[in-house]
Design a protein around this ligand. Structure first.
Ligand code: PMP
Length: 351
């Protein structure tokens, strides 16, 4: 606490990201990064950009990247927004669309950044509990609200809701923005981007951090009606007119040019996930049905925190949440086959 802080600063409880250890010896399965490197084309494009015009400011409209993403999804450039990771876009979207006079709705449990942004913007929240099996109860999202946000798949539970359920939400809330956070959609889900032409209230947020192996580059997208995208641009241009740097722009554009690499690495992650889920089930774990690049697991007799600590001693980092309802669970990101074999061996020594 400092006497120089505003009441707002003093009231905030900031988000604590997962650990990024300096020691490279850890098998790192704690922050849902992709175990495979980005496409070689991305590295070439970033290297070329580094050797070109870093002296100059980047394009404040990010036009090349907006167009690449629009083309990828068959949208117009006016239906696309880009930002420094989806976290930044979510921060803009909360400010742009959510009504402080009413409660905004999101699942309990979900991505913990939502609470942080709500607090930052002075928004009231109503948390809609997951059911017994950790499914998002879409029918409990009533329409007296100041906006809705749901990750699909949800984090950290990994479970997916259907496009039919999303349509129901959109139909029930024609006057509020409904944000679907698709950070993990490429690992087995169907994107709601296809609903954008039909629903002016839908904002779909995506990222290059997971399925495109570019967490270090910080690139995210929002797709939606022209009026929603214009709203995001108003907020963005009230903070920072440049957004993405030249290296990120070049790398992100190139990532859309190597579909074969994207498909191959994503398929590998999915294949490994299914294999590891079966192994964990055989070891007695409960495993939620994952459509993400992580599994959410619980052992019936050994405490999650204990497993987490023992894994850490054995050089394997996973994520433990000291939070009601999920404190008996671990979230384990899907690594390479070799990394996951080492993880399973370490688990076998514990259970
Ligand atoms: N949404 C969800 C549900 C996430 O889990 C994450 C990653 N922590 C993000 C958004 C943010 O991803 P990024 O800022 O790297 O795009």
């Amino acid at each position: 606490m400092s006497k120089f802080w505003s009441p707002l600063t003093a009231s905030l409880v900031p988000y604590v990201p997962g650990e990024q250890p300096k020691d490279k010896a850890y098998i790192k399965l704690n922050t849902n990064e992709n175990p495979y490197p980005p496409s070689p084309r991305v590295i070439e494009a970033i290297t070329a950009a580094a050797n070109a015009d870093l002296r100059l400011y980047p394009d404040p409209t990010c036009e090349g990247l907006v167009q690449a993403a629009a083309k990828y999804y068959g949208l117009s450039a006016r239906q696309v927004f880009v930002g420094n990771g989806s976290d930044e876009i979510l921060a803009f979207a909360f400010a742009a669309f959510f009504d402080p006079a009413k409660k905004i709705l999101f699942p309990d449990i979900t991505y913990s950044f939502y609470k942080v942004y709500a607090k930052l913007y002075g928004l009231q929240t109503e948390l809609i509990p997951l059911d017994e099996q950790f499914n998002v109860q879409v029918d409990q999202f009533h329409s007296d609200n100041g906006g809705i946000i749901i990750p699909n798949p949800n984090a950290p539970t990994a479970q997916l809701i259907s496009l039919e359920q999303i349509k129901m939400l959109l139909d029930n809330n024609p006057n509020q923005a409904v944000i679907i956070d698709e950070a993990y959609i490429d690992f087995g889900g169907q994107s709601a981007v296809q609903l954008i032409q039909q629903y002016p209230n839908l904002l779909v947020v995506q990222t290059l951090s997971k399925s495109r192996s570019l967490a270090g580059l910080r690139v995210g997208f929002a797709f939606g009606s022209e009026e929603l995208i214009e709203g995001l641009n108003r907020i963005k241009n009230s903070f920072n007119s440049y957004t993405l740097d030249r290296l990120a722009l070049a790398g992100a554009i190139a990532s859309f040019e190597d579909e074969a690499y994207f498909k191959e690495t994503t398929a590998k992650v999915i294949h490994t996930r299914e294999r590891v889920a079966d192994q964990l089930l055989a070891l007695g774990f409960k495993v939620t049905e994952s459509k993400a690049n992580f599994v959410f697991i619980s052992h019936p007799s050994i405490a999650a925190e204990g497993i987490f600590k023992q894994l850490r001693e054995k050089g394997v980092l996973v994520r433990y949440f000291a939070q009601a309802r999920i404190d008996e669970y671990l979230r384990v990101s899907i690594g390479t086959d070799d990394e996951m074999d080492a993880f399973v061996r370490a688990v076998q020594e514990i259970v």
